[in-house]
Structure formats: C-alpha cells, structure tokens
Design a protein around this ligand. Structure first.
Ligand code: NOJ
Length: 774
C-alpha cells in the first residue's frame, strides 16, 4: 500500500471502519507431514512468474562466469563502522574489485552504496552489481515500536504500513534487502530476542509475517521503493533452551510443524524472497547444515524459489557445535544442505572452489545457488540500472517524511497495552494541575527506539515521554521531572535519587513512573534469568505508591517483565514497549486519553520467572489443577504460585468497555470442506469511542494426539463508537482444525470442539460447541 500525503491515522481508521459486518476467512492450515509429503504452496508472488528473457540472460551470464566469480556471488561481507557511519576496509574493496563478493551488508546512504556499486559495475570483469542488505527491523530512519510492540497492535494494516515506510526509507538509501521479518515463535521471555518477533502465537505470528512481507516487498519487486524481505531464523531459534541466546533447541517434529514452522510457511506463501538460517542446532543438527530444513521442507515441500542466506558466520559455528571438523567441511555441509549465500564467514570464499574441484560439491549445486542470487538482482532491476536505489535526491525527499513520523506516532499508540486501570486512574483527569514524571526511561532518548534500530537516531530525534507529556499538558499544568532511579543492574542498592523523586511526587496531583529495562537488555545476546525491574526501580516504585498519590506505571521493555508487586499495588499500568522515534507523543496521547488504548498482549506476562515457559496454548495434563475443585496436593501446580499468569496472551484494556453477545453458529455440525460461521455482536458499552480486538479460540476436545487447551484461529480489530454495536463473523473449515496427527499426517479429526469468542485468551465468556463429522 503506497503511502500518500494522507494522514496515516485517518487511513488506518478508515480501514477499520469498512462495513459494519465483517466476515473473516480464516487462512487454511497447510499440509505438513513430518517431514514427508507436504502440499506445494499454491501461492506465487509476482516475482515468481516465469520470465523467459530473464532465464536467457541468466543462462548467458552464468556461462561466462569462472568458478571464482560464482563463489563471489555466494559471498556476503559486512562493511565496518566508524563514528561517521559505515566504511569499507581496503581489503574488502579489493574483494569487490576482484569479483569475490556479491553482496554487502551494513552499508547504506545513496552516496556510499553508489561508490561501492561503482567498483562492482565498472571495475570487475563482468560488472555484476552488488546486492546491499541491512537489518531494517522496525523502521530504518523513522523508527516504529519494536516488533513485539507492533505485534501488540494486532493491526495488520498498521504493521504493513510500518514495513512499507521502512522499505521506502531504506531503498532511498541504497538498501535492496532487509533481514526481516523475524518470525520465530518465542515462548520464553528470558530470551532477549523476543523483542524482535511477534510473540508466542503461531496464528498471530503467521498473519504478521504476511503483513511484513507485503509491506517490504509490495506487489512488484522491480519498483525501486520495494526491497527483498527475509524470513528468519530458520528454524526454531526462539526455542533456545533456558532462554539463553544461541542455545540448543530440541523438540518433536509435531511441535516443529504445528508451532514453529507455520509463520515461515506463511512468509513463503506471501512470496518472501529470502530465508535466513538460524544459529541454533535443532535436534542435533545445526540449522545451517540441515538438509531437512533447507531442502526437504523449504524447497521440496514448500516450493520456495528465492535464496537462502546464513546468519552471521553460522557456517563457521558448525565447528564449535562439533558438527564439522574444519571450515572446508562446514562449507560443504552448508551448501549441500541448501545454503546459497554465506554471510560474513568466508567459508565459501575460502573453500568452495577446492570443494568443487575435489568433487565434494558439484558445480551444478553452485550454479543453482548462483542463479537464485542473480535472479534476485535481476528482479530488482539492478542489471538494468545498478544505481536505481542510490539516488541522493530521493533520499533527501524521503527520510523522516512528516507523514512517516505521523504514522510512527499512530502505530506506537496502537501498540501500547493497558494492563491495569483501577478506579479509572487513566486517562489523566483534566483537573490534574501537576504531574510528576519519574524514572530512568522518562527522558532517555537513547532508550526510546529499542534494539535493532541500527540506522535510527538515538541522540536527537526521539521524543521522550517527558517531552510528550510536557507538550500535551500545556502551560496550565506543572510537570516536574526527576530521574529518581536507575535501571543499571549494579545500582540495585542505591537510593541517591529517591528524595528528589519523592518530593516531586508529594507536590503533584499525579505520578507517572516510566520504568523498565535499558534498550539493550533485550535483543540479540541479551538473555536474563530475572524478569524483574532491574536496578533500584522497584524500591522507588514502592515508595512512590506509599506517598498516597495516584501512580501510573509506564513500562518500557522489550519482553514480558515480572511485576507482581506493581500488579497488586499500582493502580494503572501501561506497557509501552520501546515505542520509537515518536514514542513520547504516543505515550502522551494514551495517558491523556487522546487515543483510547487498543493493544493486546502478544506474549503471556508471567508472575515470576519460575513459571517460564508459560504460554496460553499449552497441552492439558492428566492432572489439571482447578483451584475451586481440586484442593488436593497431587495436581499439576506450584506450591508457591498460581498456575495462571499475571496477564494472559490477548489481554489488554480500554478506556471504554465492550460487551459480547452469545456466540451464534451457522450450524453445530460441519463436514470436511464445509464452512462454519461463528458470530458475535460486540457493543461499546462505555462512554468513549474505542477499538477492540475480537479473538476466536478453539479447542479440539479429543485427538489422536493431545490437543492444546485453546488455540487462536481468528481475530479482528474493530472500531466502535460509544454505544455502537457490530456483528463480527469468522468462518472456519476443517482445514483450520488441522494438526500433525498421531501417524504424522497433517489434517483434522472428526469429533467435538469448543469455540470461544472474546476479549482475551482467558476470557471464558462466550462459548459454543460444534462437531466435525466425517
Ligand atoms: C545476526 C542476527 O542473528 C541476524 O538476525 C541479523 O540479521 C544478522 N546478524 C545480520 O546483522
């Protein structure tokens, strides 16, 4: 969807208002035997269309290439970083000159990519253009909320728009390819990279994967403002044991197929151009050397036509994994498993030629990989004009466009989740004459844009909550700021800022505490064994509440934190994630009620780290614990903590209230292929306009394998004016009920099902029963 000068808020709102009764087709499941036969993907992106002229061009080009030049196309190297921006070592420039490198990452700006492209085009024997990749994860220059925050919007149009704008900015700076979206399912908030994905749910994650691919790639890769997307990290990286980054993953094929692979498959079906391998081993085989993943599933079962890049030096890492004896063997294992391009490891650069010459790798395998890489360069139009993305005038006109900044603000407020709001503490009353804004994240520009916002400005542009609150409060309201506490791990015992913060609180009508984690406490290599507020924030929070003033906690973090004390004692809590360049305005929009919060948790918030992994769609046990029914000891429970999380997946409050009618089913029995429509009427029963994410869950009561207690199968975000009602209908078929059965085939099973439509995964309000017959 191209962005026009139109205000994105209006754009999104108009999308949300289309019609008064929506019928949402629930995307069918996919055949995924484990790992045997799986239906070839029916979907084909426009770039996959047959192109005889391209085939002829590639045949002729590949026929001219030496083996060294072919290896070069399979080699990707990074630029370096200096204070002024990306630079390139002279040695790497010589590699480009010699045709030893086909892709560069971490290099951008129109001017700089033009300079490097010129070497490739004018100084190499064949003049093959370079492909520039970069981690454009949640914005390029204009930064949107971190990916987990975007996911919390449950707003596919908003997510697509963020990706579209990111592509417009990145492509204007010479970037052809983003290493996004990360579609790893993550059930363990200790893992720092939960911030980069869409959370714990397979269905929501799949829809978000599609929205991102559409946003980055558009519907025409040859347009100079679209870029290649990457589905990463293939596969199961999010299941690292103990939440420790890069750690082992080990799981049943059923769990892999039913939980971890579908978002990748959804990305493939949306036409994603590239896949990135994962660092982890999966069931004993490093993902970068896994023929099962990279060939049997990705190529043979899913029919993927793009190319596969490794993660950063992940071929080399097969040596410490103990899977390869040396780099030559690692390179052989990687390319024979299905890797096409080696990111930064120089394993192909140093060994592929000798591997072909000794017969350990066939030249045909190399040619296939080279063709896939060259095809993408061709599809992007780089053989026609290698400089089409390196255009200074476009760069100048595109970065930080006012409508991009407005979209960033809108998406940020859509991402925020109102976790608690006792006694209508929020929105801040118009009668409040003084506000104390307290905490290490209240006025920290550095933290606002979170991790993986590499080209983002951390120093000057981000709007902090303090700025946003000050501007919104205006002259008639006194806003006092005190940092008060520290999030640094080592500052746990300090109290030096407390007195100033408490004085500010005592002298104000309302206290806004902006607390959480430093931006780099999530992201890559940022795992934690505690999910509590770090530093001395908890101690200050308790003293702020003890002043008796109403306290609002704005939580800024990249993962679910454990805040049981705050959940019990702080009247209002807003999860704001790292909200991006315009985040402070978005926080103020929500706190003052200019925007009515509508986000819902994409990940369960545990009460304490001992509950982890905790996720809503778990299997039942043979001894489930129901507090009222089961007083006895021998049940699946903890002695010291309830089983229930602090806040469930799908939870999120609004300043208004919504009532759900009973569910109406089109039939209480369906046969395979026959649609079932489930409808509810949702009414805004409060005094404010608002948005609600209507969520549909099912449970397959008895299966040939144990089925989860609940599974999301549909959702729709609707806008309702105060007093307005709207009927929302979801359509299901047996394909939506499919799973990997006991015999490893994929499909549904006849039997009884329960269905719920409600406001959260723990909403038991409106349920219905139906049966699937033969
Ligand atoms: C390592 C990360 O795992 C991956 O997500 C990223 O795209 C690459 N580095 C490139 O920066």
């Amino acid at each position: 969807m191209p962005v026009t000068g139109k205000a994105p808020f209006a754009l999104l709102a108009s999308i949300a208002l289309l019609g008064s009764t929506a019928v949402i087709p629930v995307t069918p499941g996919f055949g995924q035997d484990a790992p045997a036969s799986q239906a070839q993907s029916p979907a084909r992106a426009s770039w996959e269309a047959a192109d005889p002229a391209m085939e002829k061009f590639l045949d002729e080009l590949i026929a001219k290439m030496t083996l060294e030049e072919k290896v070069g196309q399979l080699t990707q190297l990074t630029s370096d970083w200096e204070s002024t921006g990306p630079t390139m070592r002279e040695g790497y420039k010589n590699d480009i000159r010699a045709g030893r490198v086909g892709s560069i990452f971490n290099a951008y700006t129109a001017e700089y990519t033009r300079e490097l492209q010129r070497i490739a085009v004018e100084e190499t024997r064949l003049g093959i253009p370079l492909l520039f990749g970069y981690d454009v994860i949640h914005g390029h220059r204009t930064i949107f909320p971190i990916s987990l925050g975007e996911a919390a919007s449950w707003d596919m149009k908003a997510i697509e728009l963020a990706a579209r704008i990111s592509a417009q900015e990145a492509s204007a700076e010479g970037i052809h390819w983003t290493f996004a979206p990360m579609v790893d399912i993550a059930r363990d908030p200790r893992w720092g990279r939960v911030s980069e994905g869409a959370g714990e749910d397979t269905y929501l994650g799949s829809r978000i994967a599609e929205a991102n691919v559409r946003g980055y790639q558009g519907d025409d890769l040859s347009r100079p403002d679209t870029i290649l997307a990457t589905a990463k990290h293939f596969a199961a990286y999010g299941a690292a044991e103990a939440g420790r980054d890069y750690n082992t993953t080990d799981m049943s094929m059923r769990r892999l197929n039913d939980v971890y692979l579908p978002p990748f498959k959804a990305a493939r079906d949306a036409g994603v151009a590239t896949f990135m391998t994962a660092f982890n081993e999966l069931n004993g085989i490093p993902a970068t050397g896994s023929k099962m993943l990279l060939t049997d599933i990705l190529r043979d079962q899913w029919g993927f036509n793009g190319f596969v890049v490794t993660d950063y030096t992940s071929i080399n890492e097969m040596i410490p994994h103990g899977y390869s004896v040396d780099l030559a063997q690692a390179a052989e294992q990687a390319i024979n498993a299905g890797v096409d391009m080696d990111m930064q490891g120089a394993a192909f650069l140093d060994h592929l030629k000798e591997l072909v010459e000794s017969g350990r790798v066939s030249e045909e395998t190399v040619d296939t990989a080279v063709r896939r890489v060259l095809e993408m360069k061709y599809r992007l139009g780089l053989f026609e004009d290698p400089y089409r993305y390196s255009d200074e005038a476009r760069q100048k006109a595109t970065l930080y466009r006012p409508d991009f900044l407005e979209a960033a603000r809108d998406i940020a407020r859509r991402s925020m989740v109102l976790l608690k709001n006792e006694g209508d503490t929020l929105p801040i009353a118009a009668t409040a004459r003084s506000i104390a804004v307290i905490g290490p994240l209240a006025d920290s520009k550095t933290d606002m844009i979170g991790s993986w916002s590499a080209a983002g400005d951390r120093q000057t542009r981000p709007i902090t909550p303090l700025q946003g609150i000050r501007e919104r409060a205006g002259d008639g309201v006194t806003v006092t700021y005190a940092k008060g506490a520290s999030y640094a791990f080592e500052d746990g015992d300090k109290t030096d800022g407390f007195a100033e913060a408490l004085a500010a609180a005592r002298n104000s009508d309302v206290v806004v505490a902006v607390m959480g984690e430093r931006w780099d406490m999530t992201g890559e290599a940022a795992s934690r064994t505690s999910l509590d507020l770090p530093g001395n924030q908890q101690a200050l929070l308790e003293q702020l509440v003890a002043t008796g003033k109403p306290v609002i906690l704005v939580l800024m973090s990249g993962r679910p934190n454990t805040i049981p004390w705050a959940a019990d004692h702080v009247p209002a809590i807003l999860e704001a994630w790292y909200p991006g360049t315009q985040g402070g305005y978005a926080v103020a929009d929500v706190l003052f009620g200019d925007y009515n919060p509508s986000g819902k948790l994409p990940m369960t918030f545990p009460r304490n780290v001992g509950q982890v992994p905790i996720y809503y769609n778990a299997d039942n046990t043979g001894r489930p614990y129901t507090p009222d029914v089961h007083g006895q000891k021998y049940r699946s429970r903890y002695l010291n903590t309830p089983n229930e999380p602090q806040w469930a997946f799908g939870h999120g409050l609004s300043y208004t209230s919504f009532a759900y009618s009973p569910v109406t089913l089109s039939s209480d029995t369906i046969r395979p292929g026959q649609p079932l429509t489930a409808s509810v009427t949702v009414t805004n029963t409060g005094a404010r306009d608002g948005e609600e994410v209507v969520q549909l869950y099912i449970r397959d009561l008895v299966g040939s394998v144990v089925r989860p207690v609940r599974q999301l199968k549909g959702f729709e975000k609707i806008a309702l004016k105060a007093g307005e009602s709207r009927t929302v209908s979801f359509t299901l078929t047996d394909a939506d009920l499919a799973f990997t059965r006991a015999d490893n085939s994929f499909g549904s099973e006849p039997g009884a099902f329960k269905l719920w439509i409600g406001t959260s995964s723990d909403d038991n309000g409106q349920e219905a029963d139906f049966t699937l017959t033969q």
